[in-house]
Design a protein around this ligand. Structure first.
Ligand SMILES: NC(=O)c1ccc[n+]([C@@H]2O[C@H](COP(=O)([O-])OP(=O)(O)OC[C@H]3O[C@@H](n4cnc5c(N)ncnc54)[C@H](O)[C@@H]3O)[C@@H](O)[C@H]2O)c1
Length: 336
């Protein structure tokens, strides 16, 4: 069975999904791509061999030929398109975060439930081979009882200030992936304590955001962990995870373009890590789409459901409140 898809949003991530869907997912056929900017829609259609494009997402959502909608437009549009697609009976994949506001998210998730369709959230890092193996080590008991978790996640360079202004802030935009990864690995978090500041670019501070943060997490299991984010690591995309337990540790490092070390009389060195998320996580974007299409085609539950999109937003809210109030904040405080 072939699943016929339409993509909304032909920016960075929309193009990435257009690429994977048209080249790597045999059970999927992308029929149409929509973007409010005609040139963006047109060039994505041309570049990835998608037969049709439009500037009107409603056209694509209303099309009887389309089984599933892939929402890759800016975050402030997600809930609107989820609700419209659910009411049209379409299966839905939506990029993270669902929205910045819980009432809006709840309305979208209710529309999905009411329509009886499926919604998968784009937390691609769960599908990364390294992260999946860490999770497997925990589940198999290879490291015993998990005691602590450390996530280091640093970007090679900050995004443009215009992006920062509409991003929802570092915790909602960037750390949200690490919040998701935390609960994917060790289950629910009950309390968060955040430190954050502007260390990289004062313009980020002027835009009302931070660029550097360290967040402590207390898990319901009794384990605790930390996440460190920076918008700029001068040596490139730095993505490391460790879970330490009673019988050992599961540790993942960065991915490099090659496995060569160069040794001379002064040092032993290697090339910089893969530059950014498209390079580092490409295969995880393929795997999440394979899982989505497989679930839709075979009547399985999608692997990252609506509530998996909601909880990291609550975590980001708790983190931001902790930063403002300079104290640990429980997740149930952030809910109200
Ligand atoms: N999973 C990931 O790793 C990952 C990475 C980056 C971004 N994202 C998320 O993906 C989404 C898009 O991010 P991006 O970096 O691709 O942004 P982007 O600005 O590059 O692209 C967004 C596109 O959506 C289009 N758009 C905006 N409003 C629209 C509307 N009403 N109808 C149709 N098209 C519309 C814009 O014209 C633009 O082309 C965001 O929610 C972001 O958080 C996810």
């Amino acid at each position: 069975m072939t699943i016929k898809l339409g993509i909304i949003g032909a920016g960075r991530v929309g193009r990435l999904h257009a690429n994977t869907l048209t080249t790597r997912i045999p059970g999927a056929k992308t029929l149409v791509v929509a973007d409010i900017f005609k040139d963006a829609a047109k060039s994505a259609a041309e570049d990835y061999g998608i037969p049709d494009f439009t500037t009107d997402p409603s056209e694509l959502i209303g099309s009887g030929d389309v089984d599933a909608i892939v929402i890759c437009s800016s975050t402030d549009t997600h809930c609107r398109f989820i609700i419209e697609a659910a009411r049209a009976g379409k299966q839905i994949f939506c990029e993270k975060p669902i929205a910045f506001d819980l009432a809006e998210i709840d309305e979208a998730l209710a529309a999905v439930d009411e329509a009886g369709v499926q919604l998968q959230i784009g937390f691609n890092r769960r599908f990364d081979a390294n992260h999946a193996r860490v999770k497997q080590a925990i589940e198999r008991g290879e490291i015993g009882e998990a005691h602590t978790m450390t996530i280091i996640s640093r970007d090679p360079a900050p995004p443009p200030i215009d992006y920062i202004k509409v991003s929802g802030g570092l915790m909602m935009d960037m750390m949200i992936h690490d919040f998701d990864l935390s609960r994917f690995l060790l289950g629910e978090v009950e309390e968060i304590y955040a430190l954050g500041d502007v260390k990289v670019d004062p313009a980020i501070g002027e835009a009302g955001d931070i660029d550097t943060a360290k967040v402590m997490l207390r898990f319901e299991s009794g384990a605790f962990g930390s996440i460190e984010n920076s918008r700029q690591a001068v040596y490139g995309y730095d993505q490391r995870v460790e879970v330490f337990g009673s019988k050992g540790a599961a540790t993942t490092g960065n991915w490099h373009p090659n496995a060569v070390t160069i040794s001379d009389a002064m040092s032993v060195r290697r090339d910089l890590p893969l530059h950014f998320f498209v390079e580092r996580y490409f295969e995880s974007y393929v795997s999440e789409m394979i899982a989505f299409v497989d679930a839709i085609a075979n009547g399985k539950t999608v692997p990252v459901v609506g509530n998996d999109g909601r909880v990291p937003v609550v975590m980001a809210m708790a983190g931001m409140r902790s930063l403002r109030e300079n104290r640990p904040v429980r997740l149930d405080e952030a809910e109200v």
